[in-house]
Design a protein around this ligand. Structure first.
Ligand code: PXG
Length: 286
């Protein structure tokens, strides 16, 4: 099945959905994006994703030519034409085509792209048994150089870390910030459980403030599981009782091995399972 892609409100077959080679999104990674999911025809946390997209765009002085409400409508329209109920949605806004020079002012038309498709990030066995990750030597970009809160088309930092993970036979890699503290994984936020309490690095650890992360924090409050945003180092992860990752694509996934250290009992732990079940229920039942 070839899904239709929306570019500036016009629908194209996937094969024909093309952007100029002069687009600064391609030439310089000058643009922003979002990845989100629809469950049973409803986009989970659509408003939060749109807010982050528009804030990322504002931070790079990129005017999005349509309103957030119009963007939301375009997402639903694209899902409908593709008859997709459960889907992964990628929103991309590029600076548009310009001249061969950095100057973004020479790009007149930002391109607004809505892709709706399926995604299977990790094999089902990983969700059942937990996954293994390694710490990458590639550290997060310094937050004073580029705010980690901008979800930009510059993902090289994370891609280099991902390559390190893959080379070690792992699907994800843990990234540390410039202070050597635990930040997040290449496309997922990280949580640990210790003595019944949930811990996750604070936003000032140089992370992308994940929407799934915030949803899991909310769930923990509802389930009366204490949750603390606290600076973590690798040692905290190694001696944790449980560890899991969160992301729109990954949802909630247990981590059972980090840098060859078995975490807790080496199987998805009870709090991870409770949160994972509660998350599934939330996204499916609203
Ligand atoms: N950290 C980073 C660096 C991310 O890119 C997350 C955390 C999780 O955020 P949300 O809001 O999704 O809970 C992300 C977002 C992929 C992929 O293909 C993953 C993301 C973005 C784009 C692609 O794995 N994750």
């Amino acid at each position: 099945m070839s899904f239709q892609v929306s570019i500036n409100g016009e629908l194209f077959a996937k094969e024909d959905a093309k952007i100029s080679v002069y687009d600064h999104g391609l030439l310089y990674g000058d643009g922003v994006f979002e990845g989100m999911r629809a469950y049973g025809g409803k986009v989970f946390k659509l408003d939060a994703h749109l807010e982050r997209l528009y804030e990322s765009a504002r931070a790079i002085a990129l005017p999005i030519p349509i309103t957030a409400a119009e963007m939301g409508e375009e997402v639903y329209r694209t899902l409908r034409v593709n008859r997709l109920e459960d889907a992964y949605i990628r929103l991309v806004v590029t600076r548009g085509s310009g001249s061969l020079g950095l100057d973004p002012n020479r790009c007149s038309h930002p391109q607004v792209i809505v892709i709706t498709d399926h995604i299977a990030l990790y094999p089902p066995a990983r969700y059942r048994d937990g996954m293994e990750i390694v710490t990458a030597s590639t550290m997060r970009n310094h937050p004073a150089a580029l705010s980690p809160r901008i979800k930009s088309l510059n993902y090289l930092n994370n891609i280099l870390a991902k390559l390190e993970g893959l080379r070690a036979g792992c699907d994800e890699a843990l990234m540390l910030n410039h202070k050597g503290e635990v930040a997040e994984c290449t496309g997922d936020n990280i949580f640990i459980v210790k003595r019944g309490e949930l811990f996750t690095p604070p936003t000032d650890a140089g992370i992308l403030e994940g929407i799934t992360r915030n949803a899991v924090i909310e769930l923990a409050h509802r389930l009366e599981i204490p949750v603390v945003e606290k600076t973590l180092v690798r040692h905290d992860v190694y001696v944790a009782d449980e560890c899991f990752l969160t992301g729109s694509a990954a949802e909630v996934i247990s981590v059972t091995k980090v840098d060859d250290r078995v975490i807790g009992a080496g199987v998805p732990g009870p709090i991870t399972q409770r949160l994972s079940e509660a998350f599934k229920k939330w996204v499916n039942e609203g």
